[in-house]
Design a binder for this molecule. Structure first.
Ligand SMILES: Cc1cc2nc3c(=O)[nH]c(=O)nc-3n(C[C@H](O)[C@H](O)[C@H](O)COP(=O)(O)OP(=O)(O)OC[C@H]3O[C@@H](n4cnc5c(N)ncnc54)[C@H](O)[C@@H]3O)c2cc1C
Length: 529
């Protein structure tokens, strides 16, 4: 089979992948593959906004400090400093590209404040910030002659020196591209490139309740792990405190900015309960609010909590949250200016991921990772709200700069074998994929959720081992499909989360263990697998 060759292979079409592609396209050919449609991403769902210092009253040191406080001792100082310092330049670039952040009548940005931020510093486009940025980036990418888009193309495995037919005698692992499933033809193609960039987003679909779209199955992390690349801090999963409680429907987020604007949390009895959990009330960091809702619901036997904005100015609520207002009206017949919104915590963001340095370089030669898939060290044990779109654009920029400047060897003579499907049959056990996926997600929710214990984690790992063996066996006997590949990736990600959680005998940031309720300085380090 002929391989499809480019200078750069970008896997993923969220804010990180698109930003990287646009920058390197000035210097070479880019193949950008994405699992479904270009616009199906976590990025498109980001409502709250992007954090950056844009006023004289604020200071990048304060932004850094808020990030460190949320990160509970595990943020990498250098990565945070790079991110907050470069933030204003990347925002300016987005504006130059054509993003229209909301402005006040006095000509200044209409900045929002979110949990954990000491200042109003969140730039937003109403409550559709991610989509607005992504739309602008997509328009530019589609126009660029050097960027070739492949929709419905799913990366299956990274191609490394373990695959190639000639003996490279290399002292380090090298990435040559990826095997990619073309969903329409069911062929697995070879995409080779001098540089491969994982921009595959998050993995929160590993949980039963999540705010993430269907594409967020941790494929980049799983592929990197299987290729022997270092993965860090997978125990730190952020649960968003307020997903809309609407059993059986696709997830929908009730933005943190609703609380930032003065929204309050009530229990079923109408009591404002946050004062019993944290003196910062609804603006406490996400992990504290999520645990408080979880505890309050368990204590009272309530199915959900409620977010109330009925005391706020109705026109302001509708102007800032038009998307949330129309979704609630359409789906639950709720008028958010008068009625309370039912909410539950849900898996939202993976702080860990594929370990990179400050330029997006992973532990594998010619393999980079950017966006939520990467672990740059900026989030530590807990992500500060609205820092992840920022992380995506800052580190995509740095990775692009790095590959443009770097002199590199092109491995054109390397012999990459075709994808081998000899011996596989089609046993038509599609029910097995659906059932295994549901079982895996339930195990993760019940035993590896917001509050954890050793007993629960060990129980999870025992059940997962059986599932893992079944999935691997099925994978070896069956032609690959998107559903099967996602299930396999989810099981690898689940395993990484539990293994990492079992190593951290303390409670820090998002990782809360009932048997070790306090922080322990012995664990003031990353969990690396
Ligand atoms: C509901 C919601 C609200 C949020 N709100 C905010 C906010 O206000 N501010 C903020 O900073 N952050 C927010 N976040 C987090 C933020 O949106 C994400 O962390 C960020 O957008 C991730 O961008 P990304 O480019 O890394 O990944 P994504 O935007 O998720 O893109 C990943 C891409 O990779 C593709 N892909 C995945 N696997 C494969 C594969 N195997 N082969 C090919 N393609 C693949 C996907 O199809 C997709 O195109 C929110 C997240 C959610 C879910």
């Amino acid at each position: 089979m002929n391989s499809i060759k480019s200078d750069y292979l970008v896997i993923g079409s969220g804010i990180a992948g698109l930003s990287f592609a646009l920058k390197v396209a000035e210097f070479g050919e880019v193949n950008l593959i994405t699992k479904t449609r270009l616009e199906d991403t976590n990025s498109a769902l980001a409502q709250g906004g992007v954090a950056a210092v844009t006023t004289d009253e604020d200071d990048i040191e304060l932004h850094a400090q808020d990030t460190f406080t949320a990160g509970a001792g595990l943020c990498h100082t250098d990565a945070v400093e790079v991110m907050v310092r470069e933030a204003p330049r990347r925002i300016k670039e987005l504006i130059d590209y054509g993003v229209h952040f909301d402005m006040k009548s006095d000509g200044h940005f209409d900045l929002a404040r979110e949990g954990g931020h000491g200042m109003f510093r969140i730039l937003h486009v109403a409550d559709e910030t991610g989509k607005s940025i992504q739309d602008v980036l997509i328009r530019k990418v589609l126009k660029h002659p050097n960027i070739h888009i492949y929709e419905n193309h799913m990366a299956v495995e990274l191609i490394t020196d373990h695959h190639v037919l000639n003996n490279l005698q290399s002292a380090f692992n090298i990435c040559f591209g990826a095997y990619v499933l073309d969903e329409k033809s069911s062929d697995v193609k070879i995409f080779r490139a001098d540089y491969t960039v994982l921009a595959t987003g998050g993995a929160s679909r590993v949980y039963q309740h999540t705010t993430n779209p269907q594409v967020a199955t941790g494929d980049g992390i799983a592929m990197a792990y299987r290729a022997g690349v270092r993965i860090a801090n997978m125990e730190f999963i952020q649960f968003h405190p307020t997903a809309l409680y609407e059993p059986g429907s696709e997830p929908f987020l009730i933005s943190e900015a609703c609380r930032g604007s003065g929204g309050i949390l009530l229990n079923e009895a109408g009591e404002r309960f946050m004062e019993r959990y944290d003196k910062r009330l609804e603006l406490a960091p996400r992990d504290i609010v999520a645990r408080a809702i979880d505890a309050e619901c368990k204590l009272r036997g309530d199915a959900c909590a409620y977010l109330d904005m009925s005391h706020l100015h109705a026109n302001k609520v509708l102007a800032h949250f038009p998307n949330i207002a129309s979704h609630c009206q359409e789906h639950l017949k709720i008028d958010i200016t008068r009625e309370r919104i039912p909410v539950v915590p849900a898996a939202h963001f993976v702080c860990g991921g594929v370990m990179t340095n400050l330029n997006g370089q992973t532990s594998m030669h010619n393999l980079f990772a950017v966006g939520e898939t990467a672990h740059t060290g900026v989030h530590g044990a807990n992500r500060l709200a609205s820092n992840s779109l920022l992380e995506g654009i800052v580190f995509a920029h740095r990775a692009a700069k790095r590959v443009i400047e770097k002199s590199h060897t092109t491995y054109n003579n390397v012999l990459i074998p075709d994808w081998d499907e000899t011996g596989v049959t089609d046993p038509h056990e599609w029910g097995l994929i659906r059932n295994n996926r549901a079982e895996l997600q339930a195990i993760m929710w019940d035993y590896v959720g917001i509050v954890r214990s050793k007993v629960q984690l060990n129980r999870a790992i025992r059940r997962m081992t059986t599932l893992y063996e079944e999935i691997e066996d099925y994978y070896k006997r069956t032609p690959v499909t998107k559903d099967l590949l996602e299930l396999r990736n989810l099981s690898a990600v689940a395993y990484l989360i539990v293994r990492s959680a079992l190593r951290r005998n303390e409670s820090r940031g998002l990782h809360y263990m009932t048997d070790y309720p306090g922080q322990d300085d012995k664990f003031l380090k990353d969990t690396i697998i």
